[in-house]
Design a protein around this ligand. Structure first.
Ligand SMILES: Cc1cc2nc3c(=O)[nH]c(=O)nc-3n(C[C@H](O)[C@H](O)[C@H](O)COP(=O)(O)OP(=O)(O)OC[C@H]3O[C@@H](n4cnc5c(N)ncnc54)[C@H](O)[C@@H]3O)c2cc1C
Length: 190
């Protein structure tokens, strides 16, 4: 494209952003109550999540670990049943596949519950994709389903949590090691 004086002009993308009152990037612990409170007070709110709704606690942290700890505790107590005057009826075995399935079912149910609360909240849009600032009040979302949405808001809340940090231990980078999400089989990047 040429200017009236004949200078070469660079073509600019001028898609105007979708206007919200608030944007929340990441659906960690605070996102759902905050979004619902904002929406209830008439604030049009976009909630952006790139991976799994509910964040670390529900999907990889507190919930999956504690469901498995609960199974371990039941096994422990059942083995000690006789000490409590209870006849548990023979040898106790642990079905790890069932333990993991129970964990997956609970994680799925809680994640779905959070999703349902967000999508049914008034004035709240849940957008699945990765948010990236393009200005002090603008965020581009690389949608998980492909494409990009450009959003703008007066208030932007960063609720992106934390990610594992590999400590600077000599030789660590050369050996296989687990990070917290690995044992849940989510394949999440660090
Ligand atoms: C194995 C394990 C066990 C734990 N057990 C407990 C426990 O028993 N009790 C306890 O109190 N705490 C526990 N924690 C800690 C707890 O899970 C975290 O402190 C808490 O989940 C952090 O919440 P958050 O809201 O800060 O972020 P997160 O829950 O990490 O949420 C951040 C979200 O933001 C999303 N996100 C990041 N960047 C972007 C982006 N650019 N665009 C869109 N989305 C993005 C992520 O996908 C994620 O869903 C545990 C943690 C681990 C790892």
């Amino acid at each position: 494209m040429l200017s009236p004086e004949g200078r070469q002009l660079t073509q600019m993308t001028t898609t105007s952003p979708e206007q919200y009152d608030a944007i929340i990037i990441g659906t960690g612990q605070a996102a759902s109550p905050l979004a619902r409170a904002l929406g209830k007070n008439g604030k049009r709110t976009a909630v952006i999540e790139r991976e799994h709704v509910g964040g670390t606690c529900i999907n990889e942290g507190c919930t999956p670990t504690k469901t498995m700890v609960a199974s371990a505790r039941v096994a422990y107590l059942t083995r000690r049943a006789v000490d409590y005057g209870v006849n548990a009826g023979g040898a106790v075995s642990v079905d790890m596949a069932a333990v993991r399935q129970r964990k997956r079912d609970i994680v799925e149910s809680w994640g779905q519950g959070t999703t349902n609360r967000l999508i049914s909240a008034e004035n709240v849009d849940l957008i699945l994709g990765e948010g990236r600032f393009t200005g002090p009040h603008e965020v581009d979302v690389a949608l998980n389903e492909g494409g990009t949405r450009r959003l703008a808001a007066g208030m932007i809340f960063i609720n992106t949590g934390a990610r594992p940090h590999m400590p600077p231990i000599e030789g660590l980078a050369d050996v296989p090691c687990f990070q917290f999400h690995d044992h849940h089989g989510t394949g999440r990047r660090a």
